[in-house]
Structure formats: C-alpha cells, structure tokens
Design a protein. Structure first.
Length: 490
C-alpha cells in the first residue's frame, strides 16, 4: 500500500511541474508580447524587471549589453537587493562576466559564490551585495550578439538545470525586445542625422544666396548671423577685414544686441595679442574659452572679457590663399561650440570669404566710380570757368572783352546787334548768345511742336536784324566783332 501512495505522489508532482512550466511559458509569451512593443531602451529596462518576476524568482537582475561605439560591455541594473546600490557603467564587475558569456555563448551558473574559482572578484562582489547564487545567460538574436542577462538570488543553489533552460528562453525573448529597441533607436538617430544634414545644407544654400545677392558687409553679416542662429545659437557675430600694411584688423560689421559698447564697428584690433590675430596668422579656426581670453592680456582681450563673452570661435577668411579677415561667432555661455557646429562654421566661413571679397571689390569699384564722377565735375567746372563757350577758343584781350559783353547781355531780353566783317565769327557769337539765354528753352519747345531749331533760329535772327535796321537802331546794344580769324573755330 505505501508503494501505491508513493507512485501517486510522483505522478501528482510531475503533473504539477508540467502545469507550472505551462503557466510559466504562457506568462513568458505574454511578457514577450508586452516588452516587444517598447521602442526605447530606458522604458524597456523599467518595465522588464516587474514582468520577469512573473516567471523567474530573483533578487538581483542585471542586463549587460555590448556597445559597438565603445567596444565594451555596459551594465544596466534592473533590480538589486540594496536600495542604495550604485554601480557606474564601466566599473561594474558583472560587465566582465557579461563579456565572457557573450563571446562564448555559454551560461555562467554559480550555485554558491563562496566556492567559485572562475571569477573570484565577481563572486566576492556579489557576496558583498547579498547575492549567493547567480545565473548569467547570453542575450542573442539570429543576427547579432547583444550581451548577457544575469539573475541572482539570496539563496544558494536557487537555479536548477530546468531553470537555466527556461532562463535561456527568457533571454531570447528579451533579446528580441532589445534588438527592436536598438533598431528603433538607430532608425531615430539616422533620421535625426538626415534632418540635421538637411538643415545644414539648407542653411549653406541660404547663406550662399545671401552672399550672391548682397554686396554690403553689414547686410551680409546680419543675414548670415540671423540664419546661423537657427542651428548654432550665439549672441555675438563680427566680420573684420585685415590690413597687411598696418598688421591690424578692423571690425567692419557687428551683430551684438546686448553689447555694453566696448566692442563696436570701426574698432582696430592688432594682430599681435588678439584671438582673431592668432586665427588669421595660423590660417586655422580657433576655439577660445574664457580662460584663454584672460591669458592674452591685451586691450581687445580685456574688452572681450568685460563684455561677458565666455566662448568664441574665430575663423579666418581665406580666398585664393590670401587672408581677407576673420569671422567671429561668440556666446555668453562656456564652450558652446561642439565639433559638428565647428565644421558647419568652417563651411560658412569659406562662403563668407567669397562674399567679403566680392563686397570689397564692389566697394573699390564704387569708390573709383565716385572719384571719376567728382573728377569729371571738377574738370567740367574748370572748363566752364576757363572756356565758357563751346565753339569759341581764344585768349586775346579783344576776344575776352567781347565774351564779357556777351555774358552780360545774353541773359537779358534785349535785342542784340552783332556787327563785324565777313568771317570774323558773327554766327558763333550769335550761337553762344542763344545758348546762354532763355531763348534756348523756347527753341526746344518749338522743336517739340514740330519746328526745326536751326531754320527757326535763322529766321528769328533775320527778322530781328530787319527790325533793328528799320526802327530801333539808335537804342540797341552793339557788339562789334573784329577779332582775327584764328581766334575762332567752327
């Protein structure tokens, strides 16, 4: 009879174990569906430990993942017996065990950490944290080895061979969830990189269009600074031009709304002892911090320090191998220019160098054109002063006297009689009188009404001569033309 009772108990025990495994696998299936929906690793780590308690007994859980960028293991503690537990990444001993399990794809099982000889330092560390048995299984998908999943218990020999097989199944489900989260993270990162690259290329295109359309340094800097603030926040931007003769830089354009007035346009900056001078002499961009500014000890360095600028990026403007000046972007915050921003600023500096060279060439041309206009006006005034008559050339006393009389009489409305021998230039004198008098405007109005200037002028002169001889000859002004022929030219 006792024999029959024992057989029944064995059968009942086997049934209960089967039922337990069925319930554990059923719970595992539900857990895998739940954790596979997570798209972020941090959220997955927070949700993983509470769900794993439904299928695994543990007091300590640690997920150790491989990071390709660092080429090392990184520990993510899911649960620990100690509430004040702290193990910074890179310093956790479990990362050593996790790396071994990942490489060999073999589980590491310790029934009692007091007797482990393979990783004695790790066993001692686990014992100090209240863990006496541990099971570490690989976390691997069909495509890559992700890391390892460690479970620990305060009891010795807590994990049997059946438990290890089940924990390996748990690790496979966790691997799928982690792989999904990593893929999503990589996709998000790639999408963000593409978006950043698109924004940067769009900014370069916008600045290029600005450079093409702007020939003024102030407009150029203001447009570049406004566009740049969208991707590289800053409070200060300036454009300085280099004078090789004086070995100095002059600030030609400045965008600094919160300035205290110590840095302003037109300020000359010596190359020696200044951040911009160092950039233009080396031909390379230079990142300047507040500590670097204090070390210069020059007047411009004190101005920068007193303005409150804490970091600056000085970029030389180089065109055709020649230094044109500098572009400076600065911030009121410490070390505000990471490498990705520095690379963008270097591309922008190359574009600004082209725009600065175009602006300088345009300004030289404009100054030259203004000089030519002034010289033209000066020469015209000189010609009018010396030779106020276009077709009469001469400097004899008699000719000058006649021209003085002509200038006096021409602006009046009086009738003028011109006397002289044939070939002495009476027609030239009449034409000069006409050009100096209001009759010229009347002739233009006649031309607009369809009359020709020369025939009308000849008829007018002949009519006036007839009237002069017939009626008013004694009261007329008389200009006698008797200068030699060589004083006139047609």
């Amino acid at each position: 009879m006792p024999y029959i009772f024992t057989a029944v108990n064995d059968h009942t025990l086997a049934f209960r174990q089967t039922d337990l495994l069925h319930s554990r696998y059923q719970a595992l299936l539900e857990i895998s569906e739940a954790i596979a929906s997570h798209r972020e690793l941090d959220q997955l780590f927070r949700d993983l430990a509470p769900r794993l308690h439904r299928v695994v007994e543990f007091d300590f859980a640690n997920l150790i993942l491989y990071e390709p960028t660092r080429k090392s293991m990184r520990s993510h503690v899911l649960e620990t017996p100690e509430t004040a537990y702290a193990c910074p990444p890179g310093e956790c001993p479990m990362e050593t065990v996790g790396g071994w399990v990942r490489d060999t794809q073999n589980p590491w099982i310790v029934s009692n950490v007091m007797h482990d000889k393979q990783f004695p330092n790790v066993a001692e560390w686990l014992r100090d944290h209240g863990v006496f048995s541990v099971c570490v299984v690989p976390v691997t998908t069909a495509l890559r080895k992700l890391g390892a999943l460690a479970f620990g218990s305060r009891m010795a020999a807590a994990y049997s061979e059946i438990d290890v097989i089940f924990l390996q199944q748990v690790a496979r489900q966790v691997a799928v969830a982690v792989d999904n989260a990593l893929n999503f993270e990589q996709a998000q990162s790639g999408q963000q990189q593409l978006q950043n690259e698109r924004d940067r290329l769009g900014l370069l295109l916008e600045i290029t269009n600005t450079i093409v359309s702007s020939l003024d340094l102030h407009e150029l800097l203001n447009a570049v600074s406004a566009s740049l603030k969208r991707l590289v926040p800053h409070e200060y931007a300036s454009l300085s031009l280099y004078d090789p003769e004086t070995q100095r830089l002059q600030i030609h354009a400045l965008d600094f709304p919160v300035s205290k007035g110590l840095l302003k346009e037109g300020l000359w900056v010596p190359v020696e002892g200044s951040p911009t001078g160092r950039a233009i002499m080396s031909g390379k961009p230079i990142l300047i911090t507040r500590a670097d500014i204090a070390q210069f000890g020059s007047d411009i360095a004190r101005r920068i320090f007193d303005e409150g600028l804490k970091s600056a990026y000085c970029l030389p403007l180089i065109s055709h191998g020649r230094a044109l000046g500098t572009l400076v972007v600065a911030s009121l915050r410490e070390e505000h220019f990471p490498e990705r921003d520095a690379e963008l600023l270097r591309h922008i500096a190359n574009q600004v160098a082209i725009g600065g060279e175009n602006a300088r060439a345009f300004r030289r041309m404009a100054d030259r054109a203004q000089t030519l206009r002034e010289e033209k006006l000066y020469l015209q005034d000189e010609i009018r002063t010396e030779y106020n008559f276009e077709e009469i050339i001469g400097d004899s006393m008699s000719l000058r006297r006649i021209l003085d009389q002509l200038q006096t009489a021409a602006p009046t409305d009086s009738t003028i009689l011109i006397l002289g021998e044939t070939g002495t230039g009476k027609e030239l004198i009449a034409r000069a009188i006409h050009h100096l008098s209001a009759r010229r405007e009347n002739a233009r109005e006649s031309e607009l009404r369809g009359h020709s200037d020369r025939p009308l002028r000849k008829r007018t002169i002949r009519a006036r001569k007839r009237r002069v001889y017939r009626r008013y000859r004694p009261a007329h002004r008389q200009i006698r033309v008797g200068a030699p022929r060589n004083h006139f030219s047609r």
